[in-house]
Ligand binder design. Sequence first.
Ligand SMILES: Cc1cc2nc3c(=O)[nH]c(=O)nc-3n(C[C@H](O)[C@H](O)[C@H](O)COP(=O)(O)OP(=O)(O)OC[C@H]3O[C@@H](n4cnc5c(N)ncnc54)[C@H](O)[C@@H]3O)c2cc1C
Length: 460
Amino acid sequence: MDGSSSPDVSRDVEVRRAYSADASGLMLIPDGVVRATSPAHVAALLAESSATRTPVTPAGGQTSTTGASISDRGILLSLRAMQRIIDIDPVARVARVEPGVLVGDLKRACAEHNLLFAPDPTSEEECTIGGAIACNASGARSLRYGPTRAHVRALSVALADGSIVELRRTSLEKNTVGYLLAHDPVDWFVGSEGTLGVVVAAELALLPLPEQVIGLAIPFSSEANALRFVVAARNSMHVHARCLEFFDVLALEIARVTEDSDSWARGAQALVYVEEVPPAEQEPALDDWLSLAESFGALVDDVRVFAGETALRDARRMRHAVPAQMNERGARRRDFGGRKVSTDWAVPYPLLEHAIGLARALANEAGIEQAVIYGHAGNGHPHQNFIASDAEHLRVVERVVEATLREVIALGGTVAAEHGIGKIKRKWLSMQLSPLQVRAMRALKRELDPSDILAPGNVL
Ligand SMILES: Cc1cc2nc3c(=O)[nH]c(=O)nc-3n(C[C@H](O)[C@H](O)[C@H](O)COP(=O)(O)OP(=O)(O)OC[C@H]3O[C@@H](n4cnc5c(N)ncnc54)[C@H](O)[C@@H]3O)c2cc1C
């Protein structure tokens, strides 16, 4: 498709600019934009694009932090207009959706049936189901429920050649036919970042909405104690955490502003936010939480309790404020060649304190300001957010991040636990995967997208 001949492709510069940025801080202006309205529309575009070898990059809410949903090559294919919740079946506990539905909208629709769509990326009010599937997004509550992959039952995928395949997980408990990678093609597409096919519909598994959830924001006078508390809480038989989120002293400062509570926990050096979901017919283990926290020196007089839907939403807003505030700070440096640099590494959770210590030491050695560190400590998965003020500072920050990632890999960790690789983190893929693993990925990519049109520059 040269584009000028296709009535679907918008070449208007304002439209192209409107789709040129995501949360990575990069800006890549596509040659054209297509706003898909149906699976057939997507399939026709892909068939034509394969024939003419025109690159196509799918995009949902464009909240990617890795430049995965933007491109300056070929067509940017927006799926946002395909935003129908097709149906919610409360008996089978499944939802069938188009890819452009916002995760937050689906969660609210499910809650009306007393059901929970469990994946909860912090960006849930801005990101789509298609994007969450393509990134295998997770969130604070993935500690209990697992990432998006665990909740995808079936997918309709438009392949690069314009065909549409229907893929459904088996419910077999035993299977010895062939290689594992061939057992469940749904898994090829979850986490494939738009490089293997375009998700045009999904069937998602739902859970019963928990009857009782209590949130606790627990301040600690030392970071080390907060991190040790997280490990103890994960290992405890007496408390039932569905999330264990860490805020360092800088992230806590942002939380104070969001809470409009300047004096809250002034003696604290860190905070852990937990959500307790007791087993059916049991009361929340509040006393157990408090005594566990106290044994790690928590400032128990400053603990805040979030009970009820509205209060839990407030807690979520407090948590979301940290990345949102850091994105704003990063955006202010864009004109100077700087931006926010966010890590997404994870280590086995008992090693988190050690890993954060190494990360801080590397930043100190390089003489740069410490990152704001916050996030999914229960999964050994913090985010370090640096603000690089200009291009030179950015180079130093990237060197520090790379050195940190080498330590993380040595500890058995990963360079990207939930945001994917996209374009920004591609250079680190080979740090974690062997040449054999990368060749196996390339073979799958060649098989599914022989003209190499899908999401060029992402992952491989
Ligand atoms: C403030 C903030 C907080 C965040 N918090 C989290 C978090 O807690 N957990 C987390 O996992 N992530 C988080 N993210 C990252 C991001 O929001 C998630 O990865 C999200 O799932 C992306 O969804 P999206 O609709 O915005 O996808 P996009 O950014 O539009 O696209 C992401 C990738 O998916 C592909 N894609 C999109 N739609 C389709 C489709 N229909 N078919 C095939 N490929 C498709 C794109 O090509 C791209 O590779 C955060 C981002 C921000 C800005």
